[in-house]
Design a protein around this ligand. Structure first.
Ligand SMILES: *Cc1c(COP(=O)(O)O)cnc(C)c1O
Length: 399
């Protein structure tokens, strides 16, 4: 029998705040009631604030992030369209596979797992495409498999440099609402997220923000689509309604999670993620281990993928942490299986929750044959959390 809390230190689903769980515990309601829009209309405008877009259209699909990936492509592209994608981890790889399955012609750039989207290679390819054969450029903002955050603004800049008019698609499933994302400033055309990561909800919503340019493309695009048709949504969303039964409980939860995000302040949310992530990274470095991310400039603030030494099987660490210490760590995906475990540090989280994950990882590592000193990572993170909190208190006192 398990007693106490089972700790969730994976990069999604993330911890759902108690207040959000409570907010979802409501009776079923009539999705065609005259006052249904009182609940839903504000969700669209508040999600625009999260995406940082003034005029983008937010669409909420019952589904997960993967559904929103598909909706983005089906609605705006044509069979055989050439698209530029980079494979740099499990999620970018799966998005590229989906594009192929949908009949797109994918120009693939493969980089080592641990690298970011290669800006100069994208610049070269787009520069050689003066006739505009490439219709869309895809960026996985935060590659959750490797803990790497890519520079979307830099990709936008290289597109602008060569006057490229492709649509810019961004997978922000593990970044939006946790790492700064600026749809309008970066002129992102299709931004994708899901409910179960930074938005601190159960899985069940695939969320899209669509630029005016992408909306216009959707009116001409010819890939087949049915359930995910933008027009069916936009025709009724303005009045707060949906073309098919929406997940009303999730909307109540979303209302609460958005309230919490704005109460903390989005910029403070991003700073908190950075600070908590830094503690995890200091622990990893105290163990003498490396992150999968190749350079500190691309470290993700929502997930750390940690390489274990060759004598340790990371699967034993993950299994041991769960079985013996009630802690779920993230697995090494694809070719990283056995070599890597991940600590998710996004969503509703604080210092001690990170310390718990680090502590469980330490015990499970030693059990699995690692030679680290128990407490070394915890101590490094503790020092950082104390030190950085003092800095924050000084800043508060000076206000
Ligand atoms: C989790 C995740 C997805 C997949 O989302 P689902 O909600 O599981 O369908 C896609 N991309 C990234 C970067 C993710 O982290």
């Amino acid at each position: 029998m398990r007693t106490g809390i089972t700790h969730l230190a994976i990069p999604g689903p993330t911890n759902v705040p108690e207040a959000v769980r409570q907010a979802m515990n409501v009776p079923m309601q009539d999705m065609r009631a005259p006052d249904f829009g009182d609940l839903t209309i504000g969700l669209f405008s508040d999600l625009r604030r999260v995406f940082k877009t003034a005029n983008g259209t937010v669409i909420l699909y019952p589904g997960s992030g993967t559904a929103a990936w598909e909706a983005a492509m089906m609605n705006t592209l044509n069979p055989g369209d050439r698209v530029l994608m980079c494979r740099k981890g499990q999620f970018s790889m799966l998005w590229a596979r989906m594009a192929e399955q949908l009949g797109l012609e994918v120009e693939l750039v493969d980089v080592p797992w641990g690298a970011g989207t290669p800006v100069s290679e994208f610049a070269r390819i787009l520069g050689n495409d003066a006739e505009g054969r490439i219709k869309a450029v895809f960026v996985t903002h935060n590659e959750t498999a490797t803990g790497v955050t890519s520079d979307v603004a830099a990709i936008r800049a290289v597109m602008d440099d060569v006057y490229h008019e492709a649509l810019l698609f961004v997978d922000g499933v593990s970044s939006i609402a946790s790492i700064d994302f600026r749809m309008d400033e970066w002129r992102v055309d299709l931004a994708v997220t899901g409910s179960q990561k930074g938005l601190m909800l159960p899985a069940g919503l695939g969320i899209l923000a669509v630029s005016e340019k992408a909306m216009a493309a959707s009116r001409r695009a010819t890939l087949p689509r049915a359930y995910f048709r933008f027009e069916d949504m936009t025709a009724v969303n303005g009045d707060g309604y949906f073309p098919y039964t929406p997940p009303t409980q999730l909307f109540h939860g979303l209302r609460k999670s958005l309230d919490r995000l704005f109460e903390e302040g989005l910029e403070n949310v991003f700073a908190r993620h950075r600070r908590l992530a830094e503690g995890v990274r200091r622990a990893v470095h105290a163990w003498g281990y490396d992150l999968v991310a190749e350079h500190c400039k691309i470290y993700s603030d929502t997930v750390s993928a940690i390489r274990v030494p060759p004598e340790v099987d990371a699967r034993d660490v993950i299994r041991g942490a769960y079985v013996n210490y009630n802690t779920s760590l993230g697995t090494g995906l694809g070719p990283l299986a056995g070599k890597v475990f991940r600590i998710g540090h996004l969503g509703d989280l604080n210092e001690v929750m990170c310390l718990a994950a680090i502590s469980a990882a330490e015990m499970a590592l030693v059990d699995a044959g690692a030679t680290i000193d128990l407490g070394s990572g915890v101590a490094a993170a503790q020092c950082w959390y104390r030190e950085s909190r003092q800095v924050r208190q000084v800043a508060l006192a000076a206000e």
